[in-house]
Design a protein around this ligand. Structure first.
Ligand SMILES: Cc1cc2nc3c(=O)[nH]c(=O)nc-3n(C[C@H](O)[C@H](O)[C@H](O)COP(=O)(O)O)c2cc1C
Length: 297
């Protein structure tokens, strides 16, 4: 058994990537029941009771191991970690922030922490700060990115593997058995999957978001400015129109969008349909069990 599987306690080294605050306990349980590592996205949660309710919901639905993603900068992170430890969670992933601050608590609670990194420098620092593993996310991934030039999964995973000794989880561009197997060849012990699970039957995002991923082809995503970061998203017709208009300042246009209202309405010309480059390989919406079975086949 790999060190990563030892930490996760599941059959397949596949982690459900957190998607903002999208939480469906039934989806987490379905991922875990299929042998992978279901994950709650508790990073941005501002209510410990709500975190507890979500954890209890998952526990009612599965007796398989599952985890959660924590944002280190969230002031509630220590309390959420305690809720998870009490529920028997043994491994969490951590994003955004200095691992050094919370890893002593993670270890005191008897848990392992796998830190999410987007660069070699952050990977080396995270290992030095006590991380037990790393999710190494290449530039093609969906979700938040930095504003700096970044390396793709194909380059970043082996680069990190050459420079750290803790287990690595490859992420970015993995949606099927080809990507899954490639990650091992690059030096990872497992994968984290975001966009493919986002376009699954159990995912609770608007159907139009899933349809935008299905409609996405080669070159169909871009990095859009969001505050002091960027986010990789599908280029919908409305976003393309903005991009092609030389009079439009994209940062300003993005700042003006009524994201929440448009997200709820499924209006992805006025909100970001986050998704990785791998959207181009996703052609159908199917249950997470089918996705996992195919990936490990
Ligand atoms: C819309 C969207 C939102 C995301 N939100 C988060 C997040 O809140 N925290 C985080 O650590 N990763 C986040 N991610 C990254 C995923 O967890 C995962 O690492 C990434 O999607 C893997 O690349 P892939 O999209 O090619 O599968 C997000 C990804 C997407 C597509």
């Amino acid at each position: 058994m790999s060190a990563l599987l030892g930490m996760l306690g599941c059959r397949h080294p596949i982690i459900q990537g957190p998607i903002g605050s999208m939480n469906n306990p039934a989806m987490v349980a379905a991922v875990s029941d299929a042998g992978a590592y279901g994950m709650l996205a508790l990073g941005f949660i501002d209510n410990v009771q709500e975190a507890k309710r979500l954890v209890e919901e998952v526990k009612k639905l599965t007796d398989r191991p599952f985890g959660a993603n924590i944002v280190l900068l969230n002031p509630l992170a220590p309390d959420i970690l305690k809720v998870l430890a009490e529920a028997g969670v043994t491994a969490v992933t951590t994003s955004v922030g200095q691992p050094g601050r919370l890893y002593p608590l993670i270890h005191e609670l008897g848990m392992k922490g796998i830190h999410v990194v987007l660069s070699l420098a952050h990977a080396v620092k995270a290992e030095e700060s006590g991380a037990d593993g790393l999710v190494v996310v290449g530039a093609e991934a969906g979700g938040l990115r930095s504003t700096k030039p970044e390396s793709s999964t194909m380059v970043l995973v082996p680069l990190v593997a050459d420079n750290v000794s803790i287990p690595i989880v490859g992420a970015g561009g993995i949606a099927d058995s080809r990507g899954y197997r490639a990650a091992f060849a690059l030096g990872a012990q497992g994968v984290q999957v975001g966009t493919r699970f986002l376009a699954s039957t159990e995912s609770t995002v608007h159907e139009k978001w899933k349809e935008a991923i299905i409609a996405c082809g080669d070159g169909g995503t871009t990095l859009l400015p969001t505050r002091n970061m960027t986010t990789r998203a599908v280029i919908t017709p409305g976003i393309r129109k903005l991009m092609e208009d030389p009079s439009v300042d994209m940062s300003e246009a993005m700042g003006k969008m009524d994201r929440v209202g448009a997200w709820d309405a499924g209006d992805f010309d006025n909100a970001v349909a986050g998704g990785g480059q791998v959207s181009a390989l996703i052609r159908d919406i199917k249950p997470v069990k089918e996705i996992i079975d195919e990936m490990v086949s």
